[in-house]
Design a protein around this ligand. Structure first.
Ligand code: SF4
Length: 355
């Protein structure tokens, strides 16, 4: 049996955050039919070759569903693919209650990822987040009391009005809670979002200030025991996301649901951003072959562990001494890895090292 990571996309949210370009709709009247279609695709894909070692239910906002609905997805996945070692459910802190948490925990969920973004009220308001800081704290503590020992919080950097002091406040808040993992993303203004359309009205830290916020986050999170293991991800030892590591290690994963992407058998494919089409049985769209050496290098360079030097081309290897002298990369035990300063310009550096 081959290991497989399974991702299930729940394309529903209670409201649309102004910065978000993930595929999700506020209308949830098709949720029951959508879940039925997901369960059906999970069954159809299993050919007897796969066992799931991770399951990730993301979105959108899976916690707009009932505990029973989320549990049914987990139970279907387990029925066809065995019990994954890691089962993550993304949640909005203002959605969860004890009934929801206990039901999904009983079904096998053992990791939660809460969308927090900031612990500072004015920043949270600017991001359109519904829960306040007290609700975030209550949700995390309730999750821990319900049995969850692996909890992640999302933190956002470079957001409107953010300063070094306000970021420090958010990081101290995270460190005071029973959480084991932090995802810290720099805000990217995407075309088509509310922020994209009103970019000029936003009071954003400039590029240099955002870079400083990122380096501050790396330093403060590490000091709080959250070791950086990827550009945007930090964990206490042993709590790195097994599912997300699959993406960067080029391992196989099946994405089920509208807008979900897969990499199986050397091919990449995805479902269109179309809920009605998915319910009606639309087939995934082929996205070509994947998994070549260049892609392996690009993905591995996102990780703190970096890439084996031997995987780099001769011309890329020649650039390493210069990049080391600039403080962008380190070289240790036959591997090349970016420093936090290197992660800040990783797109440029990855192009340099893979062209
Ligand atoms: S950020 Fe999360 S909760 Fe907000 S619209 Fe996007 S998917 Fe939904």
């Amino acid at each position: 049996m081959k290991n497989l990571g399974i991702y299930i996309h729940i394309p529903f949210c209670r409201s649309k955050c102004p910065y978000c370009d993930f595929f999700s709709l506020v209308k949830t009247d098709t949720a029951a039919a959508y879940l039925e279609a997901v369960n059906c695709r999970l069954e159809q894909f299993q050919t007897g070759e796969y066992k799931a070692d991770t399951l990730y239910i993301g979105g959108g906002t899976p916690s707009v569903l009932t505990g029973e609905q989320v549990a049914s997805l987990i139970e279907t996945a387990k029925k066809h693919y065995g019990t994954p070692a890691e089962i993550t459910v993304e949640c909005n802190p203002s959605d969860v209650d004890e009934t929801f948490l206990r039901r999904i925990y009983a079904a096998g969920a053992n990791r939660l990822s809460f969308g927090m973004q900031s612990a500072v009220a004015s920043e949270r308001r600017a991001l359109g987040r519904r829960a306040d800081r007290v609700q975030v704290e209550n949700a995390v503590r309730l999750a821990a009391d319900s049995g969850f020992a692996n909890i992640s919080l999302d933190l956002m950097l470079g957001i409107p009005h953010q300063t070094a002091d306000s970021l420090h406040e958010s990081i101290c808040f995270c460190a005071s809670l029973p959480v084991q993992h932090i995802s810290a993303y720099i805000l990217k203004i995407e075309e088509g979002t509310y922020f994209g359309k009103h970019r000029d009205a936003l009071t954003l830290p400039d590029e240099d200030a955002t870079a400083d916020l990122y380096l501050q986050a790396v330093e403060e999170l590490e000091a709080a025991g959250f070791r950086q293991y990827e550009i945007s991800n930090f964990a206490k030892p042993g709590y790195e996301s097994r599912h997300n590591l699959k993406y960067w290690h080029l391992e196989e994963y099946l994405g089920v649901g509208a807008a979900a992407h897969s990499f199986v058998g050397g091919r990449r494919f995805y479902y269109e951003r179309d809920i009605a089409g998915f319910i009606a049985g639309a087939k995934p769209v082929d996205d070509g072959a994947g998994g070549d050496r260049e892609e392996a290098v690009m993905l591995a360079l996102r990780l703190r562990e970096g890439v084996e030097t031997a995987l780099l081309s001769d011309s890329a290897r020649k650039k390493i001494p210069f990049l080391k002298a600039q403080g962008y990369v380190t070289e240790l035990d036959g591997r090349v890895a970016f420093t936090p300063q290197g992660f800040l310009i990783s797109n440029t550096l990855i192009t340099e090292l893979t062209e």
